[in-house]
Design a binder for this molecule. Structure first.
Ligand code: PEP
Length: 256
């Protein structure tokens, strides 16, 4: 497997943080601190109400803006939901789908992840598809089975052409927002498992071209080692993405 075949992507997930005025400042600061760092793509996935202002602040910089979820229907009686065309018109280029917080707290399933992913791809959005095991599954020794099953179900019916617009984020749920990070070897092992499953579903070329991020308490201190692993092609970063200086250091670590 050749790492140089893949795009490295460092993406921030702001979760439910930042008002529009705070978002404007944080995007500007991130853009200034990461200017000219072309060794990776830089994405900030912001709350829905921040997308337009964030996209405006990012215009002409190397920062791309993403959302944190999207509905699979185009319009209608889905109170509280947001469609792909709304995201696009507001300025989003990326969307996170299947984050473990959506799966844990909002009833997201592999079936709805798959539907949302298909809708986002059809609309021309790039998808950051999150999956990963919970602590009990890791302790039971079934991490490989869980991530393999999620990969198969979440990608069901998606063409090899559309796969080019998907990034998979391997996010062990026990490492998200907990300060516990997977070791570089653990991250590498599971990212490699996911890549093998993708090779089986599509082919080797598709798998070798797929960006697979690690997410789970990645920060400026541990990023370089995690990113040095051959199957880890970037990071999805929660907490540390809220502080532009910390996030920029992770972008720096991805320049190698
Ligand atoms: C995330 O929200 O996807 C995440 C990995 O969060 P944190 O970096 O805070 O663990």
């Amino acid at each position: 497997m050749k790492k140089e075949l893949r795009k490295v992507v460092i993406a921030g997930n702001w979760k439910m943080n930042m008002t529009p005025s705070q978002a404007k400042e944080a995007v500007k600061a991130t853009a200034e601190l990461t200017a000219g760092k072309n060794g990776c793509d830089v994405v900030l996935c912001v709350p829905f109400v921040d997308i337009a202002v964030a996209a405006e602040a990012a215009c002409g910089t190397n920062v791309k803006i993403g959302a944190q979820n999207v509905h699979f229907e185009e319009k209608g009686a889905f109170t509280g939901e947001v469609s792909t065309s709304m995201l696009k018109e507001a300025g989003a280029e990326y969307v996170i789908i299947g984050h473990s917080e959506r799966r844990q707290y909002f009833g997201e399933t592999d079936e709805t992840v798959n539907k949302r992913t298909k809708a986002a791809l059809a609309a021309g959005l790039k998808v950051i598809l999150c999956l990963g095991e919970v602590l009990e599954e890791r302790q039971a020794g079934i991490t490989a089975e869980i991530v393999s099953m999620q990969t198969k179900l979440d990608l069901a019916g998606i063409s090899a052409e559309d796969l080019k617009n998907i990034i998979i984020a391997y996010e062990p749920v026990w490492a998200i927002g907990t300060g516990l990070t997977a070791t570089p070897d653990q991250a590498e092992e599971v990212c490699a498992i996911i890549r093998n499953v993708v090779a089986g579903l599509y082919d080797t070329a598709a798998a070798e071209g797929l960006t697979i991020q690690y997410g789970g308490s990645m920060n400026d201190a541990n990023a370089a080692e995690l990113l040095s692993k051959v199957n880890v092609d970037g990071g999805l970063i929660g907490g540390a993405s809220l502080v532009p200086e910390k996030f920029a250091k992770i972008v720096d670590a991805a320049q190698a």
